[in-house]
Write a new protein. Structure first.
Length: 94
C-alpha cells in the first residue's frame, strides 16, 4: 500500500458532546466562552478551553457558552441544558 499523502497541517482537535441534563444549569459556573450559534460550536470552544462540562441555551444564545467548574448538583432551569464534552478520538499513528 502507498503511504498517505502528506498533510499541509495537523487537523485541529474536534470535540463532540452529549446531553448531560436538560432543563438544568451548573452548580457553579467557571467561564463564559462567548456567544455560539449551537451546542456543537460551544463544545469545540469548551473542549479547547479544557472544560469537561458546559451549559448552553439554544433559546438564548446571547447568554453564551459557559463552562462549569462544578456541574453537580445541577440547578433546575427551564432554558439551560448541561452537556458533557467528549474528547476527540486518538489520532491514528503512522
Amino acid at each position: 500500500p502507498s503511504p498517505p499523502p502528506p498533510s499541509a497541517s495537523p487537523q485541529p482537535e474536534t470535540y463532540t458532546y452529549e446531553v448531560r441534563q436538560e432543563n438544568a444549569e451548573c452548580a457553579n459556573q467557571w467561564m463564559n466562552l462567548g456567544e455560539y450559534a449551537s451546542a456543537e460550536l460551544c463544545s469545540l470552544a469548551a473542549g479547547a478551553a479544557g472544560c469537561t462540562t458546559f451549559m448552553f441555551s439554544s433559546a438564548y444564545t446571547s447568554w453564551g457558552c459557559r463552562c462549569c467548574s462544578e456541574p453537580d448538583p445541577p440547578k433546575e432551569h427551564s432554558l439551560w441544558t448541561l452537556y458533557n464534552v467528549l474528547p476527540p478520538p486518538p489520532s491514528a499513528s503512522p
